[in-house]
Ligand binder design. Structure first.
Ligand code: ASP
Length: 233
């Protein structure tokens, strides 16, 4: 999502597009739509010359084994950037501690914000399930007037809480700071029973990366090249 124009693009339910974020951006910049799914999204990506791969390109033994384990346990697993939180069962969903979603937010020197989120989603999810990542306002949002936000976590709860837009709305209408708004939105989501975290950056360059799990892989880089990377609190 482009915070200057509020233009957005997203794709879901694809298995052959090598770089899904490029396809999402192309939906934003080169189609009249915001969201495309499945075969249509893949056809569009191919048509505009993006690289198409066999789904086996995305195979990793770690994720395959995670799926087999989830299948055996008949559970849906969130692949969260959780660090080491114990696999606490909540309903039928539990978590394992692997890398999952990759989200990025950026601010340029002209004050433009952008946000993007890419994910394989939850392990052993049902056919056709779409998470929060490609849903503008739920897992991803950017507005130059407020902030850029990218979420990771148990997608269903981020969708129901409209977390990313909630943060932007609190900043816009209640004039809350980025940090206050993000903390409130996350607490609302947590109250419903979900977990996860987010990375967010406002139009002044303030950063907040709250999470309600033991850890979340995260990092920042400033204009002068200062890098900061963390997993746990
Ligand atoms: N939010 C993603 C989803 O629900 C999962 C993740 O963040 O790893 O699909």
């Amino acid at each position: 999502m482009d915070g200057k124009t509020l233009k957005a693009g997203s794709i879901a339910g694809v298995t052959t597009i090598r770089n899904p974020i490029l396809a999402a951006r192309a939906v934003m910049e080169r189609s009249e739509h915001v969201m495309m799914i499945g075969r249509g999204a893949e056809g569009f990506a191919k048509e505009i010359g993006l690289q198409i791969v066999d789904p086996s390109y995305f195979y990793t033994p770690e994720r395959w084994n995670g799926l087999q384990k989830a299948l055996a346990e008949d559970s849906v697993k969130a692949v969260l950037d959780h660090g080491n939180k114990s696999s606490e069962l909540k309903g039928t969903v539990n978590k394992d501690n692997k890398f999952g979603t990759v989200g990025a937010v950026a601010l340029d020197q002209a004050g433009n914000l952008a946000a993007a989120t890419s994910t394989g989603g939850m392990t052993n999810k049902k056919y056709g399930r779409v998470g929060d990542a490609p849903l503008i306002g739920a897992g991803t949002y950017a507005n130059n007037a407020t902030a850029g936000i990218s979420c990771t976590g148990w997608g269903e709860f981020f969708i129901r809480s409209v977390v990313a837009y909630d943060i932007s709305a609190m900043m816009e209408y209640q004039k809350l700071s980025l940090q206050e708004a993000a903390a409130k939105a996350l607490a609302k989501m947590e109250k419903l029973g979900g977990d996860g975290g987010l990375v967010a950056l406002d139009n002044k360059g303030n950063v907040t990366m709250p999470f309600n799990t033991a850890g979340m892989y995260r990092g920042t880089v400033t204009a002068d090249g200062q890098i900061d990377v963390n997993i746990y609190r």
